[in-house]
Design a protein around this ligand. Structure first.
Ligand code: GLU
Length: 427
Protein backbone atom coordinates (compact mmCIF):
# COMPACT_ATOMS: atom_id res chain seq x y z
CA UNK A 1 0.00 0.00 0.00
CA UNK A 2 1.32 3.42 -0.93
CA UNK A 3 0.63 5.34 2.27
CA UNK A 4 0.66 9.12 2.07
CA UNK A 5 1.75 9.81 5.64
CA UNK A 6 1.50 13.39 6.93
CA UNK A 7 -0.27 14.51 3.77
CA UNK A 8 -3.75 13.06 4.25
CA UNK A 9 -4.63 12.90 0.62
CA UNK A 10 -1.90 13.54 -1.90
CA UNK A 11 -4.54 14.46 -4.48
CA UNK A 12 -5.46 17.52 -2.44
CA UNK A 13 -2.15 19.23 -3.06
CA UNK A 14 -1.93 21.66 -5.94
CA UNK A 15 -0.37 19.31 -8.39
CA UNK A 16 1.36 21.98 -10.45
CA UNK A 17 3.07 23.65 -7.49
CA UNK A 18 6.60 22.19 -7.36
CA UNK A 19 7.04 23.26 -3.73
CA UNK A 20 3.96 21.32 -2.65
CA UNK A 21 5.11 18.33 -4.71
CA UNK A 22 8.49 18.44 -2.98
CA UNK A 23 6.95 18.89 0.47
CA UNK A 24 4.53 15.99 0.13
CA UNK A 25 7.45 13.70 -0.74
CA UNK A 26 9.46 15.16 2.13
CA UNK A 27 6.57 14.50 4.52
CA UNK A 28 6.15 10.95 3.33
CA UNK A 29 9.86 10.19 3.73
CA UNK A 30 10.03 11.94 7.13
CA UNK A 31 7.09 9.85 8.32
CA UNK A 32 8.66 6.58 7.16
CA UNK A 33 11.92 7.56 8.87
CA UNK A 34 9.97 8.43 12.04
CA UNK A 35 11.93 11.68 11.97
CA UNK A 36 12.24 13.39 15.33
CA UNK A 37 9.68 16.27 15.47
CA UNK A 38 12.39 18.90 16.16
CA UNK A 39 14.37 17.81 13.12
CA UNK A 40 11.18 17.66 11.11
CA UNK A 41 10.32 21.24 12.05
CA UNK A 42 13.80 22.50 11.13
CA UNK A 43 14.24 20.60 7.87
CA UNK A 44 10.77 21.45 6.63
CA UNK A 45 11.67 25.11 6.04
CA UNK A 46 14.48 26.89 4.19
CA UNK A 47 17.25 28.59 6.12
CA UNK A 48 16.92 31.93 4.37
CA UNK A 49 15.01 33.51 1.48
CA UNK A 50 16.24 36.63 -0.25
CA UNK A 51 14.14 38.72 -2.57
CA UNK A 52 15.97 41.40 -4.50
CA UNK A 53 14.89 44.12 -6.88
CA UNK A 54 17.35 44.59 -9.69
CA UNK A 55 17.43 47.97 -11.46
CA UNK A 56 18.86 47.41 -14.93
CA UNK A 57 19.69 49.97 -17.59
CA UNK A 58 18.07 48.72 -20.80
CA UNK A 59 19.43 49.49 -24.26
CA UNK A 60 16.71 52.12 -24.64
CA UNK A 61 18.40 54.11 -21.86
CA UNK A 62 15.52 53.49 -19.42
CA UNK A 63 15.76 51.57 -16.16
CA UNK A 64 13.76 48.37 -15.79
CA UNK A 65 13.48 46.78 -12.35
CA UNK A 66 13.52 42.97 -12.31
CA UNK A 67 12.54 40.80 -9.37
CA UNK A 68 14.95 38.05 -8.30
CA UNK A 69 15.37 35.49 -5.55
CA UNK A 70 18.00 33.41 -3.83
CA UNK A 71 16.70 30.76 -1.47
CA UNK A 72 19.31 29.13 0.76
CA UNK A 73 17.64 26.00 1.93
CA UNK A 74 20.24 24.28 4.06
CA UNK A 75 23.86 24.63 5.26
CA UNK A 76 24.14 21.60 7.56
CA UNK A 77 26.66 19.74 5.38
CA UNK A 78 28.57 22.67 3.87
CA UNK A 79 28.11 25.82 1.76
CA UNK A 80 24.76 26.12 0.02
CA UNK A 81 24.93 25.15 -3.65
CA UNK A 82 22.67 25.51 -6.65
CA UNK A 83 21.97 27.17 -9.96
CA UNK A 84 20.38 30.44 -11.04
CA UNK A 85 17.62 30.44 -13.65
CA UNK A 86 16.27 33.21 -15.83
CA UNK A 87 12.69 32.78 -17.01
CA UNK A 88 9.35 34.60 -17.10
CA UNK A 89 7.93 31.64 -15.12
CA UNK A 90 10.26 31.96 -12.13
CA UNK A 91 8.39 32.27 -8.81
CA UNK A 92 9.43 32.16 -5.18
CA UNK A 93 7.67 28.81 -4.72
CA UNK A 94 9.52 27.32 -7.66
CA UNK A 95 12.89 28.60 -6.41
CA UNK A 96 12.05 27.26 -2.93
CA UNK A 97 11.36 23.80 -4.31
CA UNK A 98 14.49 23.87 -6.44
CA UNK A 99 16.61 24.97 -3.46
CA UNK A 100 15.31 22.10 -1.34
CA UNK A 101 15.94 19.66 -4.18
CA UNK A 102 19.57 20.84 -4.22
CA UNK A 103 19.91 19.97 -0.52
CA UNK A 104 18.51 16.48 -1.09
CA UNK A 105 20.49 16.02 -4.32
CA UNK A 106 23.84 16.89 -2.73
CA UNK A 107 23.03 14.52 0.12
CA UNK A 108 22.05 11.65 -2.23
CA UNK A 109 25.41 11.83 -4.03
CA UNK A 110 27.15 12.65 -0.77
CA UNK A 111 28.91 15.87 -1.77
CA UNK A 112 29.61 18.26 1.14
CA UNK A 113 27.16 21.00 0.21
CA UNK A 114 23.78 22.24 1.32
CA UNK A 115 21.20 23.50 -1.15
CA UNK A 116 20.23 26.83 -2.70
CA UNK A 117 18.67 28.18 -5.85
CA UNK A 118 18.27 31.55 -7.48
CA UNK A 119 16.07 32.98 -10.16
CA UNK A 120 15.17 36.22 -11.90
CA UNK A 121 11.77 36.84 -13.49
CA UNK A 122 12.81 37.96 -16.97
CA UNK A 123 12.63 36.85 -20.57
CA UNK A 124 16.21 36.35 -21.75
CA UNK A 125 14.95 35.66 -25.32
CA UNK A 126 14.08 39.34 -25.73
CA UNK A 127 17.07 40.82 -23.88
CA UNK A 128 20.35 41.89 -25.46
CA UNK A 129 23.69 40.59 -24.23
CA UNK A 130 24.41 43.97 -22.66
CA UNK A 131 21.08 44.00 -20.80
CA UNK A 132 21.70 40.46 -19.54
CA UNK A 133 25.18 41.42 -18.36
CA UNK A 134 23.99 44.52 -16.49
CA UNK A 135 21.09 42.64 -14.86
CA UNK A 136 23.38 39.74 -13.86
CA UNK A 137 26.03 42.01 -12.35
CA UNK A 138 23.49 44.00 -10.34
CA UNK A 139 21.87 40.77 -9.10
CA UNK A 140 25.34 39.52 -8.07
CA UNK A 141 26.03 42.84 -6.32
CA UNK A 142 22.76 42.50 -4.35
CA UNK A 143 23.83 39.01 -3.23
CA UNK A 144 27.43 39.96 -2.30
CA UNK A 145 26.99 39.44 1.45
CA UNK A 146 25.28 36.11 1.01
CA UNK A 147 27.37 34.25 -1.57
CA UNK A 148 31.01 33.15 -1.45
CA UNK A 149 33.12 29.98 -1.65
CA UNK A 150 32.34 29.14 2.01
CA UNK A 151 28.78 30.46 2.00
CA UNK A 152 26.78 29.79 -1.13
CA UNK A 153 28.12 28.86 -4.56
CA UNK A 154 25.82 29.55 -7.55
CA UNK A 155 25.98 27.72 -10.89
CA UNK A 156 24.13 27.76 -14.23
CA UNK A 157 20.57 26.52 -14.60
CA UNK A 158 17.84 27.20 -17.16
CA UNK A 159 18.81 30.05 -19.54
CA UNK A 160 22.09 30.82 -17.76
CA UNK A 161 25.51 29.59 -18.83
CA UNK A 162 29.30 29.93 -18.55
CA UNK A 163 29.12 33.59 -19.57
CA UNK A 164 26.62 34.35 -16.80
CA UNK A 165 28.96 32.69 -14.28
CA UNK A 166 31.96 34.66 -15.58
CA UNK A 167 30.05 37.95 -15.00
CA UNK A 168 29.09 36.90 -11.46
CA UNK A 169 32.66 35.80 -10.70
CA UNK A 170 34.01 39.10 -12.00
CA UNK A 171 31.49 41.24 -10.10
CA UNK A 172 32.19 39.40 -6.85
CA UNK A 173 35.95 39.63 -7.46
CA UNK A 174 35.86 43.37 -8.20
CA UNK A 175 34.24 43.97 -4.81
CA UNK A 176 36.63 41.57 -3.04
CA UNK A 177 39.56 43.34 -4.78
CA UNK A 178 41.02 40.01 -5.86
CA UNK A 179 39.98 37.15 -8.11
CA UNK A 180 37.74 34.63 -6.36
CA UNK A 181 37.10 31.81 -8.82
CA UNK A 182 35.42 29.45 -6.32
CA UNK A 183 32.42 31.77 -5.80
CA UNK A 184 30.57 30.11 -8.70
CA UNK A 185 30.88 26.89 -10.69
CA UNK A 186 30.10 26.19 -14.32
CA UNK A 187 32.60 28.86 -15.39
CA UNK A 188 34.51 28.92 -18.69
CA UNK A 189 37.45 26.48 -18.46
CA UNK A 190 40.01 29.30 -18.81
CA UNK A 191 38.54 31.13 -15.82
CA UNK A 192 38.74 28.34 -13.29
CA UNK A 193 36.06 26.11 -14.80
CA UNK A 194 36.38 22.34 -14.82
CA UNK A 195 36.86 20.11 -17.83
CA UNK A 196 33.75 18.04 -18.30
CA UNK A 197 31.44 20.38 -16.33
CA UNK A 198 29.34 21.38 -19.32
CA UNK A 199 28.63 17.76 -20.22
CA UNK A 200 28.41 16.54 -16.61
CA UNK A 201 24.63 16.42 -16.15
CA UNK A 202 24.15 14.53 -19.45
CA UNK A 203 27.05 12.23 -18.67
CA UNK A 204 25.67 11.49 -15.21
CA UNK A 205 22.36 10.50 -16.82
CA UNK A 206 24.19 8.11 -19.14
CA UNK A 207 25.96 6.49 -16.16
CA UNK A 208 22.75 5.86 -14.21
CA UNK A 209 20.90 4.59 -17.30
CA UNK A 210 23.80 2.17 -17.91
CA UNK A 211 23.20 0.77 -14.40
CA UNK A 212 19.40 0.74 -14.68
CA UNK A 213 19.24 -1.28 -17.91
CA UNK A 214 21.38 -4.00 -16.32
CA UNK A 215 18.40 -4.65 -14.05
CA UNK A 216 16.36 -5.44 -17.16
CA UNK A 217 19.21 -7.49 -18.71
CA UNK A 218 19.26 -5.11 -21.67
CA UNK A 219 22.19 -3.80 -23.70
CA UNK A 220 22.47 -0.22 -25.01
CA UNK A 221 21.98 -1.37 -28.63
CA UNK A 222 18.57 -2.85 -27.83
CA UNK A 223 17.47 0.05 -25.62
CA UNK A 224 15.17 2.64 -27.20
CA UNK A 225 15.41 6.05 -25.56
CA UNK A 226 13.10 9.06 -25.81
CA UNK A 227 14.56 12.41 -24.70
CA UNK A 228 12.42 15.47 -23.97
CA UNK A 229 14.55 18.60 -24.32
CA UNK A 230 17.68 19.42 -26.29
CA UNK A 231 19.47 21.93 -24.09
CA UNK A 232 22.44 21.40 -21.85
CA UNK A 233 20.87 18.34 -20.23
CA UNK A 234 18.69 16.75 -22.96
CA UNK A 235 20.87 17.61 -25.95
CA UNK A 236 24.16 16.55 -24.42
CA UNK A 237 22.50 13.55 -22.74
CA UNK A 238 21.06 12.38 -26.07
CA UNK A 239 24.39 12.87 -27.80
CA UNK A 240 26.25 10.83 -25.16
CA UNK A 241 23.60 8.09 -25.17
CA UNK A 242 23.84 7.92 -28.98
CA UNK A 243 27.65 7.72 -28.75
CA UNK A 244 27.36 4.91 -26.19
CA UNK A 245 25.30 2.87 -28.67
CA UNK A 246 21.76 3.54 -27.40
CA UNK A 247 18.99 3.87 -29.96
CA UNK A 248 17.61 7.37 -29.38
CA UNK A 249 14.21 7.22 -31.12
CA UNK A 250 12.86 10.68 -30.25
CA UNK A 251 14.06 14.08 -29.14
CA UNK A 252 12.34 17.45 -28.79
CA UNK A 253 12.88 21.11 -28.15
CA UNK A 254 10.41 23.64 -26.76
CA UNK A 255 8.35 23.60 -30.00
CA UNK A 256 7.98 19.82 -30.39
CA UNK A 257 9.83 16.66 -31.24
CA UNK A 258 10.90 14.19 -33.91
CA UNK A 259 10.42 10.43 -33.81
CA UNK A 260 11.87 7.54 -35.76
CA UNK A 261 11.39 4.04 -34.28
CA UNK A 262 14.62 2.90 -35.98
CA UNK A 263 16.69 5.57 -34.24
CA UNK A 264 17.75 9.13 -35.01
CA UNK A 265 21.23 10.31 -35.98
CA UNK A 266 21.44 12.59 -32.93
CA UNK A 267 24.58 14.60 -33.81
CA UNK A 268 23.04 15.35 -37.22
CA UNK A 269 19.62 16.29 -35.77
CA UNK A 270 21.22 18.59 -33.20
CA UNK A 271 23.38 20.25 -35.86
CA UNK A 272 20.17 20.82 -37.83
CA UNK A 273 18.47 22.29 -34.75
CA UNK A 274 21.38 24.65 -34.10
CA UNK A 275 21.33 26.03 -37.65
CA UNK A 276 17.57 26.21 -38.28
CA UNK A 277 16.49 26.76 -34.62
CA UNK A 278 13.75 24.13 -34.99
CA UNK A 279 13.33 20.43 -35.84
CA UNK A 280 10.63 21.37 -38.33
CA UNK A 281 11.28 19.96 -41.83
CA UNK A 282 13.99 17.58 -40.58
CA UNK A 283 13.80 14.64 -42.94
CA UNK A 284 12.97 10.97 -42.34
CA UNK A 285 11.09 11.46 -39.06
CA UNK A 286 7.59 11.82 -37.73
CA UNK A 287 6.72 15.04 -35.86
CA UNK A 288 5.16 14.82 -32.41
CA UNK A 289 4.25 17.41 -29.82
CA UNK A 290 5.86 17.38 -26.40
CA UNK A 291 2.95 15.53 -24.78
CA UNK A 292 2.82 12.84 -27.48
CA UNK A 293 6.57 12.41 -27.15
CA UNK A 294 6.22 11.34 -23.51
CA UNK A 295 3.75 8.62 -24.47
CA UNK A 296 5.88 7.05 -27.24
CA UNK A 297 6.79 3.38 -27.08
CA UNK A 298 10.32 3.17 -25.62
CA UNK A 299 12.44 1.52 -22.94
CA UNK A 300 13.89 4.61 -21.31
CA UNK A 301 12.22 8.03 -21.08
CA UNK A 302 14.39 11.02 -20.19
CA UNK A 303 12.34 14.15 -19.42
CA UNK A 304 15.06 16.81 -19.53
CA UNK A 305 13.13 20.02 -19.99
CA UNK A 306 11.14 21.47 -17.13
CA UNK A 307 8.82 20.70 -14.21
CA UNK A 308 5.35 19.10 -14.24
CA UNK A 309 5.62 17.10 -17.47
CA UNK A 310 4.45 13.79 -16.03
CA UNK A 311 1.27 14.30 -14.04
CA UNK A 312 -1.80 12.42 -12.83
CA UNK A 313 -3.24 13.11 -16.32
CA UNK A 314 -0.64 11.29 -18.42
CA UNK A 315 1.40 9.04 -16.07
CA UNK A 316 -0.79 6.08 -16.91
CA UNK A 317 -0.03 6.49 -20.63
CA UNK A 318 3.75 6.22 -20.30
CA UNK A 319 5.20 3.13 -21.99
CA UNK A 320 8.79 3.22 -20.73
CA UNK A 321 10.36 0.68 -18.39
CA UNK A 322 12.79 3.22 -16.95
CA UNK A 323 12.13 6.90 -16.22
CA UNK A 324 15.42 8.82 -15.88
CA UNK A 325 14.59 12.33 -14.69
CA UNK A 326 17.03 14.75 -16.30
CA UNK A 327 15.06 17.87 -15.34
CA UNK A 328 14.34 18.96 -11.78
CA UNK A 329 10.82 17.96 -10.80
CA UNK A 330 9.55 16.69 -14.17
CA UNK A 331 7.12 14.36 -12.35
CA UNK A 332 4.45 15.63 -9.95
CA UNK A 333 3.95 13.93 -6.60
CA UNK A 334 0.47 12.87 -7.71
CA UNK A 335 2.00 10.89 -10.60
CA UNK A 336 4.38 8.94 -8.32
CA UNK A 337 1.81 6.42 -7.18
CA UNK A 338 0.59 5.78 -10.73
CA UNK A 339 4.13 5.10 -11.95
CA UNK A 340 4.81 2.90 -8.93
CA UNK A 341 1.68 0.82 -9.62
CA UNK A 342 2.65 0.48 -13.28
CA UNK A 343 6.04 -0.87 -12.27
CA UNK A 344 8.05 1.90 -13.96
CA UNK A 345 11.59 1.97 -12.58
CA UNK A 346 12.15 5.62 -11.63
CA UNK A 347 15.64 7.11 -11.37
CA UNK A 348 14.59 10.19 -9.39
CA UNK A 349 15.80 13.65 -10.43
CA UNK A 350 17.81 14.15 -7.25
CA UNK A 351 19.99 11.25 -8.38
CA UNK A 352 19.60 11.20 -12.17
CA UNK A 353 20.63 14.82 -12.76
CA UNK A 354 23.16 15.05 -9.93
CA UNK A 355 26.10 14.76 -12.35
CA UNK A 356 26.04 18.54 -12.77
CA UNK A 357 26.43 19.41 -9.13
CA UNK A 358 28.93 16.58 -8.65
CA UNK A 359 31.29 18.11 -11.21
CA UNK A 360 30.49 21.54 -9.73
CA UNK A 361 31.89 20.12 -6.51
CA UNK A 362 34.98 18.96 -8.42
CA UNK A 363 35.29 22.46 -9.92
CA UNK A 364 35.09 24.09 -6.49
CA UNK A 365 37.74 21.68 -5.16
CA UNK A 366 40.03 22.37 -8.15
CA UNK A 367 39.60 26.16 -7.77
CA UNK A 368 40.54 25.97 -4.10
CA UNK A 369 43.58 23.80 -4.87
CA UNK A 370 44.54 25.85 -7.91
CA UNK A 371 45.28 22.53 -9.60
CA UNK A 372 43.16 21.27 -12.48
CA UNK A 373 42.38 17.72 -13.50
CA UNK A 374 42.35 16.14 -16.96
CA UNK A 375 38.91 15.54 -18.44
CA UNK A 376 39.24 11.75 -18.24
CA UNK A 377 40.00 12.05 -14.51
CA UNK A 378 36.88 14.22 -14.00
CA UNK A 379 34.72 11.77 -15.97
CA UNK A 380 36.05 8.76 -14.10
CA UNK A 381 35.43 10.37 -10.71
CA UNK A 382 31.94 11.35 -11.87
CA UNK A 383 31.27 7.78 -12.94
CA UNK A 384 32.43 6.43 -9.55
CA UNK A 385 30.09 8.84 -7.74
CA UNK A 386 27.05 8.19 -9.94
CA UNK A 387 27.41 4.39 -9.94
CA UNK A 388 28.03 4.23 -6.18
CA UNK A 389 25.05 6.53 -5.50
CA UNK A 390 22.80 4.51 -7.81
CA UNK A 391 23.73 1.31 -5.99
CA UNK A 392 23.34 2.90 -2.54
CA UNK A 393 19.88 4.07 -3.54
CA UNK A 394 18.76 0.67 -4.87
CA UNK A 395 20.04 -1.07 -1.75
CA UNK A 396 18.26 1.48 0.44
CA UNK A 397 15.00 1.02 -1.50
CA UNK A 398 15.24 -2.78 -1.20
CA UNK A 399 16.11 -2.82 2.46
CA UNK A 400 13.30 -0.39 3.38
CA UNK A 401 10.80 -1.90 0.89
CA UNK A 402 10.05 1.46 -0.70
CA UNK A 403 10.11 2.81 -4.25
CA UNK A 404 13.23 4.60 -5.48
CA UNK A 405 11.70 8.10 -5.19
CA UNK A 406 10.85 7.59 -1.54
CA UNK A 407 14.22 5.93 -0.95
CA UNK A 408 16.05 8.95 -2.42
CA UNK A 409 14.24 11.36 -0.09
CA UNK A 410 14.70 9.04 2.91
CA UNK A 411 18.41 8.59 2.25
CA UNK A 412 18.93 12.33 1.79
CA UNK A 413 16.86 13.40 4.79
CA UNK A 414 18.56 10.77 6.94
CA UNK A 415 22.01 12.16 6.05
CA UNK A 416 21.06 15.81 6.56
CA UNK A 417 19.18 14.98 9.78
CA UNK A 418 22.15 13.06 11.18
CA UNK A 419 24.51 16.00 10.57
CA UNK A 420 22.00 18.50 11.97
CA UNK A 421 21.60 16.44 15.12
CA UNK A 422 25.38 16.13 15.55
CA UNK A 423 25.88 19.90 15.14
CA UNK A 424 22.99 20.66 17.51
CA UNK A 425 20.29 23.25 16.99
CA UNK A 426 21.78 26.50 18.43
CA UNK A 427 18.17 27.26 19.33
N1 GLU B 1 21.55 23.71 -11.94
C1 GLU B 1 22.10 22.41 -11.75
C2 GLU B 1 21.15 21.56 -10.93
O1 GLU B 1 19.97 21.83 -10.86
C3 GLU B 1 23.51 22.44 -11.18
C4 GLU B 1 23.67 23.09 -9.86
C5 GLU B 1 25.11 23.25 -9.42
O2 GLU B 1 26.01 22.78 -10.09
O3 GLU B 1 25.30 23.87 -8.36
O4 GLU B 1 21.51 20.55 -10.40
Amino acid sequence: MYSTSYVDDIRQIKEENPFESMMSRFDRAAHLLALDPDLYAVLRVPNRELKVYIPTRMDSGRIQVFEGYRVQHNFARGPAKGGIRYSPDVSLDEVRALAAWMTWKCAVVNVPFGGAKGGIICDPQVMSNGELERMTRRYAAELLDFIGPEKDVPAPDMNTNEQTMAWIMDTYSMHARHTVTAVVTGKPIDLGGSSGRREATGRGILFVINEAIKRFKMTPAETRVVVQGSGNVGGIGAELLHQAGYKVVAISDIHGGIYNPHGIDIPDALRYLRTTRSFEDYEGVEFVNNQELLELDCDVLVPAATENQITSQNADKLKCKVLAEGANGPTTASADEILHNKGVFVIPDILANAGGVTVSYFEWVQDRMGYFWREDVVNERLQDKMVASFNDLCRYADSHSVDTRTAAYMLAIDRVAYDTRMRGFYA
